[in-house]
Design a protein. Structure first.
Length: 575
């Protein structure tokens, strides 16, 4: 290469060296007879100093021009400790314009105040910003760390097909029409789940892959239609083996990327305990505020809301400090969005009580609350009265909202948790039947192996999720390899013999030829990278993401296609 150095590596050791640098003009500053230019590439910024001899070359230079300069490294009189190159500058003796730039639609710098769609429309410019380049650098380092770990542990990296078969019991598929087989469709993979299980039958006992997956679902801050996951599977391995492998992996990644050494074992919570304490199965453990059931405290109450509640429960969360009216209104709205209409509360301050329920509390109920929450300082207790699931989910959402209000979500603190013993089934109101909570090849827990197909409501699975700071970053399970258990599972979710054959026949048939028991896991790399970089959503760590409406403003995908393209596929657009 013609350049001798990057814009991020020169220092005092290089003083007196003749160098050639190439990059983008980040800033131009004129100070008397001298002109200073910040030259930027992905490695950093180097200051150039240009004297009167080259003044004729300066007239045509503008920000974001790509230039080449030759010059001498000299020591800066006014050093910049915030830059790696801040102790030196380049005394330029020659400037070459490699390419010009029009005025950019936004300034190329960190913390810009630009609409996201504008940034996505000009994503190639957005990616010049140092914070975006750092995000993708961290992503590259994360992938490198992951690959090294698995290769060192004797795993084999194998690719799986992108064009597959649409199968039930999952998220909504993206479908691709086949030109050669008209009227038939491929499905883009939601995950390589079935293929990786076939690898185990094929004798590849340790498989991994960093793979693109696709789910045709509504988007949110941690979900994109196409995403990247680390996929892995192990033969002759149970859930514990996989969890230990993944735990070692994430500890290595955080040591490699963040220089954070995690010595203690990752916390483990059953799904039931996580839901009971935190109102969801991906609890943020950076703060407390556990949810409690208080029915026993109000057995003899005269509070109308707490009387004759039948099958409902009184759930509550105690918050440090006195929440103001604005905060309480915002939290009530959060509860309403989660199907609980009212959020009654009491405030405790220096043994004085106030709030919507304060006048109705008996002395014994006040004392019980003091003892339950060990109240000594200012506190606010929020209540939800509804069925257990609704009340818990609502307070789980309220708990997370409170953490934002009280600034409890330190992005530099990382709290992992394994969530285990998930429900094996969930009831689908739409289909009026129980469906597999994960997928129909998930092994039931040992304690419910005898009756998982008759007591579906209480059946649990050998499934596990890895949670970090309130986000599910991965999950997996032990797989069913016993044909009898597999048939009971199909019967439990009411799949007919014909449906099984049509959707999974090719897969089930493979298990007739000798299958080791096996378990696996997948990690969402976009989410992990989002947390590693402290980004607000996963779009910030994906090079060319879709916006919140699933559109790429840069290319305008998805877009209309020509009539001839549709005819080739034997398709028509319904108007």
């Amino acid at each position: 290469m013609k350049r001798t150095h990057t814009c991020g590596e020169l220092n005092l050791k290089n003083v007196g060296t003749k160098v050639i640098l190439q990059g983008w003009i980040a800033k131009i500053r004129k100070m008397g007879a001298l002109t200073f230019i910040d030259l930027r590439d992905r490695y950093g910024i180097t200051q150039l100093v240009i004297g009167e001899k080259l003044s004729s070359s300066l007239a045509s230079l503008k920000p974001e021009y790509v230039i080449e300069v030759s010059g001498l490294v000299i020591e800066r009189k006014s050093k910049n400790p915030d830059l790696a190159t801040g102790a030196i500058e380049i005394e330029v003796n020659e400037i070459v314009i490699i390419n010009k730039s029009e005025l950019t639609p936004f300034e190329i710098k960190n913390q810009i105040e630009s609409q996201e769609d504008t940034r996505l429309t000009y994503r190639y410019l957005d990616l010049r910003r140092p914070e975006m380049q750092n995000n993708l650098l961290v992503r590259s380092q994360m992938n490198h760390s992951i690959r090294n770990y698995f290769i060192e542990n004797n795993f084999i990296e194998i690719e799986t097909p992108v064009f597959g078969k649409s199968t039930p019991e999952g998220a909504r598929d993206f479908l691709v029409p086949s030109r050669l087989n008209q009227g038939k469709f491929y499905a883009l993979p939601q995950s390589p789940q079935l293929y990786k299980q076939l690898f185990m039958i094929s004798g590849f006992d340790r498989y991994f892959q960093i793979v693109k997956c696709f789910r045709n679902e509504d988007l949110r801050i941690d979900r994109q239609p196409e995403f990247t996951q680390l996929d892995m599977e192990m033969s002759f391995a149970n859930s514990e083996d996989v969890m230990q492998t993944i735990e070692s992996l994430v500890k290595k990644v955080f040591l490699d990327i963040k220089k954070i050494k995690i010595n203690e074992p990752i916390t483990r919570l059953s799904w039931a305990d996580a839901f009971d304490k935190y109102g969801n199965d991906k609890p943020d453990l950076r703060f407390g505020y556990e949810i409690k059931t208080l029915n026993d405290l109000f057995l003899k109450t005269t509070i109308p809301l707490f009387e004759n509640i039948n099958n409902k429960v009184i759930r509550a969360i105690c918050v440090t400090g006195l929440l103001n009216k604005k905060d309480l209104e915002a939290l009530t709205e959060t509860a309403k969005q989660n199907s609980v209409e009212i959020l009654p509360f009491v405030k405790f301050n220096n043994n004085e009580w106030s709030g919507s329920l304060a006048s109705k509390l008996s002395d014994s109920e006040k004392q019980s609350l003091i003892e339950k929450y060990n109240l000594k300082e200012e506190a606010t207790i929020l209540f939800a009265v509804d069925d257990y699931i609704k009340a818990s989910k609502a307070l789980g959402a309220v708990r997370n909202h409170i953490a934002k209000l009280q600034d409890l979500l330190d992005p530099n603190i990382f709290k992992f948790a394994w969530i285990t013993n998930f429900p094996l089934f969930e009831f689908s109101e739409e289909e009026n039947r129980y469906v597999a909570a994960h997928h129909p090849f998930t092994m039931p827990s040992d304690e419910c192996l005898d009756n998982f197909d008759t007591d579906k409501e209480n059946a649990t699975a050998k499934a596990y999720d890895l949670v970090l700071n309130g986000f599910e970053i991965g999950g997996g399970s032990q797989r069913i390899t016993d044909p009898n258990i597999q048939q009971r599972m199909f019967d439990a979710i009411e799949l007919t013999k014909e449906q099984v054959e049509q959707n999974f026949g090719w897969f089930v048939n493979a298990y007739r030829y000798g299958a080791p028991y096996h378990s696996g896991c997948a990690l969402g790399l976009d989410r992990i990278c989002m947390l590693l970089t402290g980004s607000e959503n996963i779009r910030e760590v994906i090079a060319f993401p879709k916006n919140s409406s699933g559109i790429d403003p840069m290319t305008n995908a998805p877009d209309a296609v020509t009539l001839s393209q549709l005819e080739e596929l034997n398709l028509q657009i319904k108007k």
